[in-house]
Ligand binder design. Structure first.
Ligand code: ZN
Length: 266
């Protein structure tokens, strides 16, 4: 069924006719990478695309937001060594996103968001959104669906370390995939895994960040506690993610840079 916000379902004259003064183009950035024994390789793509599509459907009819086809393979080299992890390096992802930015700009858009589902992409997203802004003068953004769910009170049955260390294939991702594609979640294989992080301040949370690969910390691929996700919790998490994303889309449509103070003000 044609989706009126999905750019790839439109014709080029229809794209040409869009009023671009505030129009926002949004690219879901997913991944194809290991997510433990219980979640599919496509987890980050399912979450970024699924949440975004639902949020776009809830926007007011007049809101000028357009969905681009997703990136489904991204920078997942930290998950190498787990069969099924298909990845490209940082330079390839950077080039791909930069050139997508260029062609979105050539199509007339002035606002672009990368809606990310995979933490390993964040460094590249920081650089490329700034460079697209610098090179083409576009207003650029990036964000993620799970940011609207992180920090929510967890059920008492969940390991308390989940709050700080549940970063991959853990409670949040399990809940969101369960809500979006329930038949792809293998509940019976969900097992907690909390790597023995150092307490010296060097590591995932200290002031000095030790760079890592999944195989340094986890043999199953899980970082966190993915157990105890009920259908109710899954639905609640999806609702939080979708509602947060609706607001984020509207905020980006309305966003304008404030004028800097004049030099006379010094
Ligand atoms: Zn993930």
């Amino acid at each position: 069924m044609a989706n009126k916000r999905f750019l790839a379902h439109m014709t080029w004259p229809e794209v040409k006719a869009i009023d671009k003064s505030k129009a926002l183009a949004v690219l879901p950035v997913g991944a194809t990478e290991q997510h433990g024994h219980h979640l599919p390789l496509y987890t980050d793509t399912i979450i970024s695309s699924g949440v975004l599509e639902r949020a776009m459907d809830r926007l007011p009819e007049v809101a000028p937001a357009y969905l681009l086809p997703p990136i489904t393979i991204s920078k997942s080299n930290e998950h190498r060594g787990f069969p099924g992890t298909i990845w490209v390096g940082a330079k390839t992802l950077y080039d791909m996103l930069f050139e997508i930015g260029r062609s979105v700009h050539e199509s007339g858009f002035r606002k672009l968001c990368f809606f990310n589902g995979h933490g390993g992409n964040v460094g590249v997203l920081h650089s490329v959104t700034r460079d697209i802004r610098d090179e083409f003068g576009m207003t650029t953004f990036f964000g993620s669906a799970s940011s609207y769910v992180n920090g929510v009170d967890l059920p008492p049955s969940v390991d308390s370390r989940e709050k700080d260390y549940g970063i991959h294939a853990s409670f949040t991702e399990t809940a969101l995939v369960k809500a979006l594609e329930p038949e792809l979640v293998k509940d019976e294989l969900a097992k907690p895994c909390f790597p023995d992080y150092p307490t010296t301040g060097i590591g995932l949370t200290g002031k000095v960040y030790a760079q890592w690969k999944t195989e340094d910390w986890s043999s199953t691929g899980v970082f966190g506690d993915p157990t105890g996700v009920t259908d109710e919790i899954a639905a609640e998490y999806l609702e939080l993610a979708v509602e947060g994303t609706v607001k984020f889309l509207q905020d980006m449509i309305d966003f304008e840079y404030a004028k800097p103070p004049t030099e006379d003000g010094l």
